[in-house]
Write a protein that binds this ligand. Structure first.
Ligand code: FES
Length: 119
């Protein structure tokens, strides 16, 4: 077989990559539930926090650049409800719905972590 001929060389076709959203900040909020009466974020308002962050971000028109989503256990159970903000890798503990506006304004928008909640 002649390797120099066109038919011997497979045609390489570039396949376009699917569009992957590039978030400026990505917030993971633990909504994990545990058995056995141990403290866990799910029962400590985890989903309520997810919804509060999503609503706040949407109200400010930030939902395409900052994403808030539920997550499994972050290994910060004793501080729950806990969450982490990437790319900063800042963990927050004992977060309540009353803290959401401050975290959005100061950290997610202003890049200044809310020190009183950092763990
Ligand atoms: S259950 Fe939320 S950090 Fe472990």
């Amino acid at each position: 077989m002649d390797l120099q001929t066109e038919s011997a060389v497979p045609e390489v076709v570039a396949t376009p990559k699917p569009a992957v959203p590039k978030y400026r900040k990505h917030v993971f909020i633990c909504t994990n539930d545990k058995d056995g009466g141990k403290k866990h974020c799910g029962s400590e308002r985890g989903m309520e926090l997810v919804e509060a962050f999503r609503t706040e971000l949407k109200d400010r028109g930030l939902q395409t650049e900052i994403r808030a989503q539920k997550a499994g256990c972050l290994n910060m159970c004793a501080f729950g409800p806990s969450m982490v903000v990437y790319p900063d890798a800042i963990f927050y503990g004992n977060v309540t719905p009353a803290d959401v506006v401050q975290i959005v304004e100061e950290h997610l928008v202003g890049d200044q972590p809310v020190k009183r909640l950092v763990i």
